[in-house]
Design a protein around this ligand. Structure first.
Ligand code: ATP
Ligand code: MG
Length: 395
């Protein structure tokens, strides 16, 4: 055989229960694709399925675990990864040697107690799991005289998995967990370029929701750089989700129409209701079942309970607000963790102050808002125009 007998590989574990059912194949393919995408710019890798695991291997040289692991742990639905060795020659003597070598490579002096745990999915293997564990364990005791076996509470567990090839590893580095993206249906996030909405998209993606986004763009009151920020945020979210469809909706005409026709202190509520309606129409077309926003109760004038009530009343599907009960600092902490914070706080020059009331209404009455809105004869037309002129960016 010309191929090397042992290779460093990364063993990727996904939530078995989460991918069970008819769509199992689809989710696994999608996880594979997302891993390949996330590794695309750092090297040349094989990413393959292996009986309930995904295996990442460098095509050329040695696998650089430090580079590869963070790109994989962030993918929704992945439980964790184990740096390990793939063993083509599964004979017992070879497994013994590989395990000893693995222990040396991770630093034998760090441990005093150990156990070997073998899992045999390859049922044609001539020995049973516990026979393999016992034989390898004995060999390790000979090789490392300071070690003792502790089957209940070992400091080090070396796993041997007998699959098509065998795999040896000892560590599970935990991932985000969550559910594979798409396993919970679709939602459309109102993505603003601020700190909150990308975090809310992340939270729902973590629960398996396939998230697409909509950004309301108001040139010349908002800049090209503000739009680019939203595109960059959406791009960043693909690290977790694999892909992202972003609508950029021209909002200027609708916004100016509302500016001229509603009481200024209630303008934000009308704007948010119009955004919500557009989001519902776009989302419905794509089969989305909910709108997602970055609202957090009490954060700003329009995010009072009354404000949220008045805005929600315009929706034709449920609005999910995963950050409703979060403090700003908690949101910022997540934004930093997922790498959206630095993009969100990027400065840009917007000049939309004409749309911002000095003393905005903080306790709007939904019935009053709806009464005013019912007299806005042109509103539906503006809404439809905004929908029809939406630009689609596939990331
Ligand atoms: P964020 O940090 O997400 O911008 P925010 O605290 O600034 O939120 P608001 O400006 O009141 O809050 O917006 C509340 C929510 O409305 C946002 O989280 C977002 O989901 C949505 N939203 C606001 N402006 C826009 C926009 N221009 N395009 C798309 N969605 C928006
Ligand atoms: Mg904002």
């Amino acid at each position: 055989m010309s191929e090397k007998m042992e290779d460093n590989v990364l063993i990727v574990k996904y939530g078995e229960i989460a991918v069970r059912g008819n769509n199992r194949k689809f989710f696994i393919e999608r996880l594979l694709r997302t891993i390949r995408k996330n590794l695309d710019d750092i090297g040349d890798f094989y990413v393959v399925k292996e009986q309930g695991r995904l295996i990442v291997e460098d095509r050329g040289g040695e696998l650089d675990f430090d580079k590869v692991i963070p790109r994989i742990l962030c993918i929704m639905g992945i439980i964790g990864v184990s740096p390990g060795v793939r063993v083509r020659n599964q004979e017992l003597d070879n497994l013994k040697k590989v395990c000893a070598e693995h222990i040396r490579s991770i630093g034998a002096d760090k441990y005093k107690t150990f156990k070997i745990e073998t899992k045999r999915s390859n049922k044609s293997y001539p020995l049973e799991s516990r026979e393999v564990s016992a034989a390898v364990g004995e060999y390790i005791l000979d090789e490392f005289p300071d070690f003792t076996v502790d089957v209940h509470n070992p400091e080090l567990t070396v796993y041997i998995e007998l699959r098509n090839d065998a795999y040896v590893y000892s560590e599970l580095i935990k991932g985000l967990g969550g559910l594979p993206v798409g396993s919970s249906g679709k939602g459309i996030v109102m993505l603003s370029g601020g700190i909150d909405s990308p975090v809310s998209a992340f939270m729902m993606a973590k629960r398996g929701v396939e998230v697409e986004g909509v950004y309301f763009n108001s040139p010349p009151y908002t800049s090209e750089r503000a739009k680019q920020k939203v595109v960059d945020l959406a791009e960043r979210l693909t690290m977790f989700t694999g892909g992202f469809k972003l609508y950029v909706v021209p909002f200027t005409d609708l916004q100016l129409y509302l500016l001229e026709n509603v009481p200024h202190d209630k303008l934000t509520i009308f704007l948010k209701r119009a955004m919500t309606r557009v989001a519902c129409i776009l989302g419905e077309r794509d089969g989305a079942l909910a709108v997602i926003t970055g609202d957090s109760v009490g954060q700003v004038a329009s995010q009072t309970m009354q404000g949220l009530h008045a805005i929600s009343a315009a929706a034709t599907m449920p609005i999910l607000r995963p950050l409703a009960g979060f403090d700003k600092q908690e949101i910022v902490d997540i934004a930093r963790k997922i790498g959206t914070f630095d993009i969100s706080v990027r400065p840009y020059e917007d000049c939309c102050t004409i749309f911002v009331a000095k003393h905005p209404e903080t306790k709007p009455k939904t019935s009053v808002i709806e009464k005013i809105e019912s007299k806005l004869t042109e509103l539906d037309r503006y809404i439809n125009e905004a929908v029809e002129n939406a630009e689609i960016i596939e990331l």
